[in-house]
Ligand binder design. Structure first.
Ligand code: ZN
Length: 308
């Protein structure tokens, strides 16, 4: 299994400004299949940019109906189904993404849903997805049906929180995870409604006790702080190796010993403003936060409503 980040940015303004890419991530070769998770704006382009092929997908997974997570889902579904000419693959998503819920979604048209199997993720309900099992995990976020997931491949578990605030019981959703991938929008203690900060992630890791943790979906304030330093702090406070995702980060997962991995920086061949190396923080810091502050761009989600 290989996990690759086709973007590590998250939140509206991180996405609009593209200070970090927002293509989501891919899990390749899990049970022999490839999946694209939360394909935000640019996912298709980032796929090619980092040397992947969207036509070899077996599934597109969309956790909730925010643009930075669903934007490129339909074009990837077209790639998966050879331009909608064959019945193939599975679309996995929250109720809002697939069916619509109140003012949220649906994010995928009936046309694009017509050639693939569909799985609506529900908290604690396991479903069979090709050769793996997958269940939804609860979130506390703007979209009331928003969902994370846990994948189980022969007992090896990969968990993804998606966007969520920290809440009591969040750890129960991800118990048993070998690899825990989380949206950590903000640094330090600066959590906001519906999103985790590094401090929340420390608490979550201490409860879940995964072998490896990855923080992604980094907001502008996180990008302006040094995410690598934040990840080191998290590692130090938890004893769990924690990685700050960056654009083009890839690593192979060793099922027998997940703690043993080598981070690979995929070549970013197209773009002058992005880099796969995490040494650009100085320029990012200058360009990102001051501008965002001037324009009053913040990632706060003001209305949080949980489905009862
Ligand atoms: Zn969101």
């Amino acid at each position: 299994m290989k996990i690759t980040f086709l973007g590590s940015g998250g939140g509206r303004f991180s996405a609009i400004s593209q200070r970090r890419m927002t293509g989501g991530f891919r899990i390749d070769n899990i049970g022999g299949k490839n999946y694209h998770i939360d394909p935000g704006p640019g996912a298709l382009i980032r796929t090619y940019q980092f040397g992947f092929d969207p036509r070899n997908l077996s599934g597109v997974i969309v956790s909730h109906s925010h643009t930075d997570h669903y934007n490129d889902a339909e074009i990837l579904i077209e790639a998966m189904t050879k331009g909608m000419t064959r019945e193939y693959g599975t679309i996995v998503g929250s109720q809002s993404v697939l069916e619509g819920y109140e003012r949220w979604g649906p994010c995928i048209s009936s046309y694009h849903k017509s050639k693939s199997d569909k799985i609506v993720l529900q908290p604690d309900k396991w479903a069979q997805l090709d050769n793996i099992k997958i269940k939804g995990t609860r979130t506390s976020h703007g979209d009331p049906t928003g969902t994370g997931f846990q994948m189980d491949y022969n007992g090896f578990k990969v968990s993804y929180t998606s966007d969520t605030g920290y809440f009591e019981g969040l750890a129960d959703e991800h118990k048993g995870a070998d690899i825990l991938i989380a949206s950590v929008l903000r640094p330090g203690n600066r959590s906001i409604n519906g999103h985790m900060c590094s401090r929340n992630f420390i608490d979550l890791i201490n409860e879940v006790e995964p072998q490896v943790a990855v923080m992604t979906h980094l907001g502008l304030k996180m990008i302006s702080s040094n995410p690598v330093t934040e990840a080191k702090k998290v590692s130090k406070n938890t004893g769990v190796k924690t990685i700050a995702a960056y654009d083009g980060l890839s690593f192979n997962v060793n099922y027998n010993n997940p703690k043993r991995f080598r981070l690979i920086s995929l070549k970013d061949v197209q773009s002058s403003i992005h880099s796969t190396y995490h040494t650009l923080y100085d320029s990012e810091r200058k360009n990102t936060y001051q501008l965002a502050f001037k324009n009053k761009e913040f990632d706060e989600v003001s209305i949080i409503k949980r489905r009862q």
